[in-house]
Design a protein around this ligand. Structure first.
Ligand SMILES: [Zn+2]
Length: 233
């Protein structure tokens, strides 16, 4: 897995050396990923993770969570969408790590995730992960971990199948669509832990709800949820 990931990263950097991942302009330093203008633009999409924020509201009456938040608003044709697309479909792993790091900094700044001890990426169906070569949520987790003292538990939960697209379904239909989609493979590392479940984008929240409800069957587990972006579509 790591070998595939590193090849993907190297390939990306070979194809697009020293160009801004946001706008494609030349970068002053090759260690940067975004130019100053794109970094400033990204800040405009910043999400505020105060209690009762829009991500938390999604789970009201559905899941008992300690806190939930995300780093950015996501809209069609936005810079945030463009960056996430590169993480998901163009193997831009270093960008994913950088975005995960931004998410970690955001979570730290809210002061509401300090008790988190373990992070769990929303699992992909095995065949899908194999085809992509990586799980984008795991890449984000690796970035989060670089700024938060947490243990990454990427194999505790597994996904039994893919779910059909969630749009144009009622809430009940969406729930049926994702019920039994996840199972716990190894609960030992998560018992009595403060667990943060992470995904790239939240839309209806149905998939995160399904995974979260499975996690909450583990004794003593306290649940937190964070995504890189909130789809404001
Ligand atoms: Zn740029």
């Amino acid at each position: 897995m790591n070998a595939v990931r590193h090849i993907a990263t190297d390939l990306y950097q070979l194809l697009f050396p020293d160009l801004c991942s946001g706008c494609g302009s030349n970068l002053v330093q090759s260690t940067q990923l975004l130019c100053l203008r794109c970094e400033q633009k990204l800040a405009e999409y910043q999400f505020h993770g105060s209690p009762g924020n829009r991500v938390e509201k999604i789970f009201y009456g559905r899941l008992n969570i300690e806190a939930a938040s995300c780093a950015y608003y996501f809209s069609k044709e936005s810079l945030v969408q463009h960056l996430i697309h590169q993480l998901k479909y163009e193997s831009h792993i270093s960008l994913g790590h950088w975005l995960g790091r931004q998410l970690g900094i955001h979570l730290r700044n809210t002061g509401r995730f300090d008790a988190v001890t373990a992070i769990v990426p929303l699992p992909l169906f095995k065949r899908k992960e194999k085809k992509r070569g990586y799980n984008q949520a795991t890449i984000l987790c690796e970035g989060v971990r670089s700024v938060m003292p947490v243990t990454l538990c990427a194999t505790s939960v597994i996904r039994n199948r893919v779910s059909a697209t969630q749009t144009r379904k009622s809430r009940w239909e969406r729930w049926q669509n994702v019920a039994d989609i996840f199972s716990i493979r190894d609960a030992s590392a998560l018992e009595h832990q403060h667990v943060l479940l992470i995904d790239d984008v939240i839309t209806t929240g149905a998939t995160l709800e399904a995974c979260g409800s499975v996690l909450q069957q583990i004794p003593g587990l306290k649940l937190y949820i964070a995504t890189l972006a909130f789809a404001d579509l």
